[in-house]
Design a protein around this ligand. Structure first.
Ligand SMILES: [Zn+2]
Length: 90
């Protein structure tokens, strides 16, 4: 799995990281999301375990990029978006 770090122009020094999820990861997540038994909280925990992070923070779909926004004192706010939502916010 290759991870790319791209520093984009000057847009508030936002970093974009492509997630490059494997088909196995995507399958596993889709299976969890369509599963009936587990609660929403359990689903979220399982997804987090598989993806090492959250779903798209707008539509809760499979994320494809991770945006890191500097948030004062050296902190970074990390948000994940799917391809579609990323073009909306970025
Ligand atoms: Zn989305």
């Amino acid at each position: 799995m290759v991870k790319q770090m791209i520093r984009v122009r000057n847009k508030a020094k936002v970093t974009i990281k492509e997630l490059n999820l494997t088909p196995e990861q995507i399958n596993a997540v889709e299976k969890i999301m369509s599963g009936i038994p587990s609660s929403r909280e359990m689903k979220r925990r399982e997804v987090k375990r598989i993806l090492n992070g959250s779903l798209c923070c707008i539509c809760f779909g499979i994320p494809s990029v991770e945006l890191g926004t500097p948030a004062g004192r050296g902190g970074i706010v990390v948000e994940r978006y799917c391809e579609k939502c990323c073009t909306m916010v970025y």
